[in-house]
Structure formats: structure tokens, C-alpha cells
Design a protein around this ligand. Structure first.
Ligand code: GTP
Ligand code: MG
Length: 197
């Protein structure tokens, strides 16, 4: 898919205030600092469109971007940041769970996972929950530029094996880097395919 146009629309905490659910929507979610905002920028080829930061917890709201005037990309706040208070964590859960359940145009959730780490409970549980709720999702492994291809292959293989313990059919997965642009075309083509459905 060619990106002709990408622009920021709104930031908010309430699904009711999000842009009209008239176009398919793809939400990026995952642990704080996993690279959600960076990958969004790389996908659309616009540095600085989604705000990024070296310290976790940068994205706090539901951020909508309109792409090619016919689909939405959504940058969500990260989960699993240890230094966040219990109250903030509860607020996060409430906002995100409500969003995931009620956003009627949600075409697919992209669950971002750092390709350098072994499977983490917080990610596995989050995906379990998506499965239980019937929310379509794919796994997007990030930051593959930070290690060798062999290391990535090994970690992803063990990750998928772990997933295989609880899933009959493994969700689709992508290997990406916001640095090198690896996986960009594959992810955009996937979105293009889903948009056609
Ligand atoms: P929160 O909004 O805080 O949840 O974080 P986020 O998931 O949006 O992460 P963000 O895109 O802000 O990136 C976090 C840090 O990781 C930044 O310092 C980025 O430059 C870096 N980063 C993100 N993606 C990549 C990548 O693919 N490769 C490398 N080398 N660094 C990356
Ligand atoms: Mg972010």
C-alpha cells in the first residue's frame, strides 16, 4: 500500500469522542517503550507524527490518525510500566478495555512485542483476553535491528512455541524495525488486504 496522506485527528480518553467509526481502524498496543509510536511514524513515513520518547509512558491517550483519507491508525498508551501507580494502571485498563469492546470499526489490533525478550506474562495475558473477547489481532515484533537475525529467529520461534501452548491457531506475526523499516511493507500490505475485505 502506498501512503499518500497521514494526519493527526484527535487525542482523548473516551471512545464516544473518537472520530466517527466510519472507516476501518488499526490500533497499536503493547508494553510501554516497545516502539508503538515509532513504528506508526515509520509506517506512514512521517517522523514526529506520533510522539515518541526514550522514557516509557509517553503516550497517554487514544490518538487517532487518518491515513489516505480511508482508514484510521490508533496509537494507544503502553501497559506494564512498573513505575506507574495502581490508580493509573486501573484507569488505563478501564479506558483500553472499554475502547476494545466498544470501538465498532476496530478492524485489527496490532500487539507490539519487543523481539529481544522471552515471552512476558503481561503480553500473553493481554492476548488471551483479546482471544476471549473475539477481538482480531496480530503480533508485531519490534526493534529487530537491535540484534542479529539469528537471535531474532530463535526468540520468535520460542515465542511462537509458547503461544502454541494456549492457541490452536497461532495469530499472524510480523517482524519489524522502526529504525530500518523492516516489516513495513508486509504490515501495510496486510492492512490493505483487511481494508478490502
Ligand atoms: P509509550 O508511548 O511510552 O508506551 O512508548 P512507545 O511504545 O510508543 O515507544 P516509542 O515509539 O516512544 O519508542 C521508545 C524508544 O524505543 C524510543 O527511544 C525509540 O527511539 C526506540 N525505538 C522504537 N522502535 C525502535 C526500533 O525499531 N529500533 C530501535 N533501535 N529503537 C527503537
Ligand atoms: Mg507511544
Amino acid at each position: 500500500m502506498v501512503i499518500r496522506d497521514a494526519r493527526f485527528l484527535t487525542s482523548n480518553t473516551k471512545v464516544e469522542l473518537c472520530p466517527a467509526p466510519t472507516m476501518p481502524e488499526y490500533a497499536f498496543i503493547g508494553r510501554s517503550n516497545v516502539g508503538k509510536s515509532s513504528l506508526i511514524n515509520k509506517l506512514v513515513g512521517r517522523t514526529g507524527l506520533a510522539k515518541t520518547s526514550a522514557s516509557p509512558g509517553k503516550t497517554q491517550l487514544i490518538n487517532h490518525f487518518l491515513i489516505n483519507e480511508n482508514w484510521y491508525l490508533v496509537d494507544l498508551p503502553g501497559y506494564g510500566y512498573a513505575r506507574v501507580s495502581k490508580t493509573s494502571r486501573t484507569e488505563w485498563s478501564r479506558m483500553i478495555n472499554y475502547y476494545l469492546r466498544h470501538r465498532e470499526n476496530l478492524a485489527c489490533v496490532c500487539v507490539l512485542i519487543d523481539s529481544r525478550h522471552p515471552p512476558q506474562a503481561v503480553d500473553l495475558e493481554f492476548m488471551e483476553k483479546l482471544g476471549e473477547e473475539g477481538v482480531p489481532f496480530v503480533m508485531v515484533f519490534t526493534k529487530i535491528d537491535k540484534q542479529s537475525a539469528a537471535q531474532t529467529r530463535e526468540l520468535i520461534a520460542s515465542y511462537l512455541q509458547k503461544m502454541g501452548e494456549s492457541w490452536d491457531e497461532l495469530p499472524r506475526h510480523f517482524l519489524t524495525s522502526a529504525e530500518s523499516g523492516a516489516g513495513r511493507d508486509e504490515l501495510l500490505n496486510f492492512i490493505g488486504e483487511v481494508n478490502q475485505e
